[in-house]
Design a protein around this ligand. Structure first.
Ligand SMILES: Nc1ncnc2c1ncn2[C@@H]1O[C@H](COP(=O)(O)OP(=O)(O)OP(=O)(O)O)[C@@H](O)[C@H]1O
Ligand SMILES: [Mg+2]
Length: 505
């Protein structure tokens, strides 16, 4: 039986068909950057094919549970033991019931383990239950990552193994994988390679475009067309779709995603008693369970060492101040902040400061702060490092207030203190779309004269998947930040450091 389900429209207005039976044998890979419309596409595919084929959805965000009302999918909460999940998966095959495995609320490692247990449970079903099932995995790069991440090796192996089974060995057992990913380069190659059908949406990074071109057997210039695709527009290719790359616009869906893009909404009229509303706790709050908090990060050893080796800091701690000082005028927090910034600027204005260690600068900072009579310890070494990294990155007021810069600061927390300066320098260049800083400039931000070291740092960021470094046609370097959807303009890696005060040295 051939069933062509309707995915949307072609550029001529005809309907874009997907041959569901062919799909069962040849699997599908969907890729596109965040917001390109992958989840919407999966939903369209699921809704249209629901009457024809059993479906299982591995759903990291719990987005697809809304299929339950209209199409009768059973919702399986992933927060169970692995044995329970395997048992449920087995019965799902036995009774041929469609289901959504929602992994919302689990941490990434638990999500991987739960998905692995469920997929393996389906894979291990008895031969008599090998009926065809569409197995849809959204955010597949989470479950089949191309490199190890923060999760334990165990969890990664289990999840990757289950995904490999699904895509490579599932067909005989009736399992047809349909996987979606934001970043092709982050998806394990063997998992991606088993799909013969592709729907490619907007793709921002060259490295993903190159992977897409390789998979589709296109030349790389042809793959450039993925860059400018609109939301909901995909290029289809494969035996179940089209023999040539075919642009299609995905049609509407009947059920809604639980999460959707944020929309601006007018604010409600301010009530009269707004202060009361905010400052008076609701009695119920006291009976609610405490909010889960992440434990505070351990204090870096460098902080403690600096504290121990300091000769003067105790004198500026408020508790050990001589009584006569207590008559000192109280500073408002803003005044204090202002003074601290002034001291920081003073230190950084010295061109030699780039080549002094942070510990030496911090000493200098504490002494100057004391001379300015700034009460209390102005800040810990780690915070000091962060502050100078921010100041040195050259971020201006407007960018500093932007949401992207806040995201960048968040991201910068994943590199150690001593690398913050370099990281923020690069982020700032990317957000401002300035040319990529040269090796010499990066070296200075790291407090060294060695260009080789600068390149090693870039390599390190790349290994940690924070950046993607590549070159344009003329060999100029571009550093892209996938998480921020930003990249620097091409810059000459060998250019001299443009800093005049240093050139004069
Ligand atoms: N073809 C379409 N028609 C109408 N709206 C769409 C279409 N495709 C996507 N959208 C809307 O665009 C928004 C983003 O789409 P979607 O959530 O599918 O993106 P995504 O690629 O899955 O992103 P992410 O990778 O961040 O999950 C959603 O609000 C969705 O409803
Ligand atoms: Mg999505």
């Amino acid at each position: 039986m051939q069933v062509g389900i309707d995915m949307g429209t072609l550029s001529g207005g005809q309907s874009a068909k997907l041959d569901i039976e062919e799909l069962l044998a040849t699997r599908l890979l969907v890729q596109g950057n965040s917001g390109s419309g992958k989840s919407h596409l999966l939903r369209r595919l699921l809704e249209q094919s629901a009457p024809w084929v059993q479906q299982v959805i591995i759903d990291p965000e719990g987005d697809f549970v809304t299929l339950a009302d209209k199409f009768g999918h059973v919702v399986v909460d992933g927060e169970r033991t692995e044995a329970e999940l395997a048992g449920i998966a087995n019965r799902i095959r036995q009774h041929r019931v469609s289901c959504v495995l929602t992994l919302e609320g689990l941490d990434i490692e638990q999500q991987m383990r739960a998905a692995a247990a469920f997929l393996n449970g389906m894979f291990d079903a008895d031969r008599e239950y090998w009926y065809p099932v569409l197995v849809v995995v959204d955010e597949a790069q989470m479950f089949a990552p191309s490199v190890g991440g923060e999760v334990t090796e165990d969890a990664r192996k289990a999840s990757l193994g289950a995904m490999t089974n699904l895509m490579c060995r599932g067909r005989k057992r009736g399992l047809a994988g349909v996987i979606a990913t934001q970043r092709l380069a982050k998806l394990a190659k063997n998992v991606a390679a088993e799909a013969s059908n592709f729907l490619m949406g907007r793709t921002f990074l060259d490295i993903d475009m190159a992977r897409a071109a390789d998979l589709l057997g296109m030349d790389r210039r042809q793959a450039e067309m993925f860059r400018d695709l609109q939301r909901g527009n995909f290029v289809a290719l494969g035996p179940a779709l089209s023999r040539r790359p075919l642009p299609i616009v995905i049609g509407p869906v009947e059920t809604s995603a639980r999460s959707s893009s944020p929309k601006l909404m007018p604010l409600p009229d301010a009530p009269q008693d707004v202060e009361d509303l905010i400052f008076t706790p609701d009695p119920e709050e006291f009976t609610r369970p405490a909010v889960r908090r992440t434990p505070p990060a351990p204090r870096p050893t460098t902080d403690i060492l600096a504290e121990l080796s300091r000769s003067t800091p105790a004198a500026i701690a408020p508790t050990s101040e001589p009584p006569s000082r207590s008559s000192q005028p109280e500073l408002t927090p803003e005044e204090r902040e202002e003074k601290i910034t002034a001291v920081l600027t003073e230190i950084l204005d010295d061109p030699q400061s780039a080549y002094r260690t942070d510990a030496v600068l911090y000493q200098d900072f504490l002494v100057r702060a004391r001379m300015r009579r700034i009460p209390g310890t102005p800040m810990a070494l780690s915070e000091f490092r962060r502050q100078i990294a921010i100041t040195r990155s050259g971020v201006d007021v407007e960018m500093a207030a932007s949401e992207n810069w806040q995201k960048a600061l968040e991201l910068s927390r994943s590199v150690s203190d001593d690398l913050q300066g370099v990281f923020l320098l690069l982020v700032k260049a990317a957000l401002a779309e300035e040319p990529c800083p040269s090796d010499a400039r990066i070296a200075r931000a790291y407090g060294t004269h060695s260009a080789r070291r600068a390149r090693r740092l870039l390599g390190y960021f790349e290994e940690k998947e924070l950046v993607v470094v590549h070159a344009d046609f003329s060999g100029k370097r571009i550093v892209a930040f996938p998480e921020l959807d930003a990249k620097t303009a091409p810059g000459d890696a060998d250019a001299p450091d443009g800093d005049v005060s240093l050139a004069a040295e």
